[in-house]
Design a protein around this ligand. Structure first.
Ligand code: XMP
Length: 511
């Protein structure tokens, strides 16, 4: 059965992915596509509805993005948001004008709640407005269904043609109950049924992978991170032992993590897993290196070399599995290059692995959906909700050069910190927390003896996007417990400090 689909035409606005997520939260599958998608492609995708996103351009701009001609004649319901509404107006013969002043913020909108799109609201509702251009005259056949003090046409409709425009942003939390507008569009205008759920996705993709791969062979680099783990388990459910996972353990994982990954995938999921214990090899390459970027580069390259060597032993495979997720592949509507996952991800595509095709089973899912799929597949919760862990691992949490002894100190201190955070039930509200082994030694006293030992720094941040973040206000009693346990239980640490810098100006990691 084919999923009901809502196409989201991306005009470069900042909330595009959010719109897609909101639609999926209503159990309707959605895809973000470039604004200039052709009529043929649209027909082929056969969507139940189309949403035009907002965007920074003005419809009168020379290079402003336009949609394919004829899109309004397809008979498919369209909802234009912000720039999307203005474009609809401009294309269909209405008038868009420029205000002297930008209207910004949650604004009272007087609405006509007998409209299908705005039913369920009172006569006024607060929605987020963020625009300078506005619709001065709606196109012929349209009727006004919303106004604000400074915007004469905050919403419009052409019921017969199922075309709707709204100047506000229903997708953001600043709009009160904005999701209702999206629901109205999906269920009352487009007549979606809302039957898209993760468990059907999971079963469907296992089935599709079975058909695609058959009895051919696939190879997957497993890091223990959420995405590669879920991708590997999906594949393994589909093709069993024809999937080989290579887990390169660079020795820079957290305490016991390598064994945990092995336990889950080898024993619980009975996968064909090759664990390469390459710690010595990595430490040798890293000996004496203190520069953070050089460390990253060495680890990235060595990771690929080890993976390639192992892959060569297996010989030619048909498919290489990648844990790419949807936000990594969405192309910006304005034709910029596609977003690359992380500016510093380890384990890019290996050059010399002999495979015929790449398979990316998660490429249609957002991170929270990947997590749901993981739970659905029976992957333990602690792995599915694992905090992000950088590819270069503890190497960028040891300031200065790396030795085996320093690694042991850091692993022990970090594991105490994580244990206490979990005990205090703070692990769900703090998005990333870890210990750093600073390069600083200072004087202390233990019993009657003078010590000269390392300082451990604790880092904990709250963030949604990891681009900005604030340091977490961990209660003093918990910090005290962590500090006292670390100095008592970890040799060669006599001082613990807490990092109270937000990002920016500091980054989350210390290197
Ligand atoms: P920063 O330190 O830049 O980190 O504030 C933002 C997020 O990215 C993670 N991070 C990395 N992830 N390879 C990765 O895969 C890296 O080299 C790397 N450096 C930082 C960091 O843990 C945080 O979640």
């Amino acid at each position: 059965m084919k999923n009901e689909l809502i196409l989201i035409l991306d005009f470069g606005g900042q909330y595009n992915q959010l719109i897609a997520r909101r639609v999926r939260e209503c159990n309707v599958y959605s895809e973000v596509v470039p604004y200039n998608i052709s009529i043929e492609e649209i027909k082929e995708k056969n969507p139940k509805g189309i949403i035009f996103t907002g965007g920074p351009a003005s419809v009168y701009g020379e290079d402003s993005p336009r949609c394919a001609e004829g899109i309004f004649e397809l008979g498919i319901p369209i909802l234009g948001i912000c720039y999307g509404m203005q474009l609809m107006t401009y294309t269909l013969g209405g008038k868009v004008a420029r205000a002297n002043k930008r209207e910004y913020g949650t604004t009272e909108v007087s609405i006509n709640n007998s409209s299908l799109l705005l039913q369920g609201f009172k006569n006024t509702n607060g929605f987020l407005m963020s625009h300078t251009d506005y619709v001065e005259t709606v196109p012929e056949g349209f009727k006004n269904i919303g106004t604000t003090a400074s915007c004469p046409n905050a919403a419009m409709e052409n019921v017969e043609k199922k075309l709707y425009g709204i100047q506000f942003h229903p997708e953001v939390n600043h709009s009160i109950n904005g999701i209702q507008v999206i629901k109205n569009f999906l269920f009352h205008v487009c007549n979606c049924t809302g039957d898209w759920i993760i468990s059907s996705f999971t079963q469907e993709s296992i089935q599709k992978l079975k058909e695609k791969i058959g009895d051919k062979k696939a190879l997957c680099a497993l890091s223990g991170g959420v995405d590669s783990s879920v991708a590997a388990v999906l594949l393994s459910k589909a093709i069993g032992k024809n999937l080989t996972c290579i887990f390169v353990d660079h020795g820079l994982l957290r305490k016991n993590e390598g064994d945990e990954v092995e336990e889950i995938f080898r024993n619980q999921f009975d996968m064909h897993l090759i664990r390469v214990n390459a710690k010595d090899r990595f430490l040798e390459k890293l000996a004496g290196i203190s520069d953070p970027e050089t460390k990253r580069k060495i680890i990235g390259e060595e990771f690929i070399r080890v993976f390639e060597e192992e892959a060569k032993k297996i010989g030619t495979v048909d498919f290489l599995v990648q844990g790419t997720i949807y936000p990594d592949v969405i192309e910006s509507g304005l034709g910029k290059s596609s977003v690359i996952k992380s500016h510093h991800n380890v384990g890019g595509l290996p050059d010399y692995v002999d495979f015929k095709e790449i398979v990316e089973p998660l490429k249609d899912l957002f991170k929270d959906e990947v997590r749901k799929t993981g739970l659905e597949l029976g992957i333990p919760e602690n792995l599915v909700y694992r905090q992000p862990f950088p590819g270069p691992g503890l190497a960028i949490r040891i300031i200065g050069d790396i030795t085996d002894d320093k690694l042991t100190i850091l692993k022990d201190a970090d594991s105490i910190f994580r244990e206490e955070i979990a005990k205090a039930d703070l692990h769900k509200s703090i998005n990333q927390y870890f210990a750093v082994l600073t390069n600083l030694k200072s004087v202390g006293v233990m019993g009657d003896e003078r010590t000269y030992d390392y300082t451990i720094a604790l880092r904990a941040v709250e963030t949604t996007d990891f681009m900005t973040g604030v340091w977490s206000r961990i209660p003093y009693e918990i910090l005290e417990k962590v500090s006292s346990r670390i100095v008592n239980e970890v040799n060669h640490v006599n001082r613990v400090v807490y990092d109270i810098t937000s990002k920016p100006p500091a980054t989350i990691e210390w290197e």
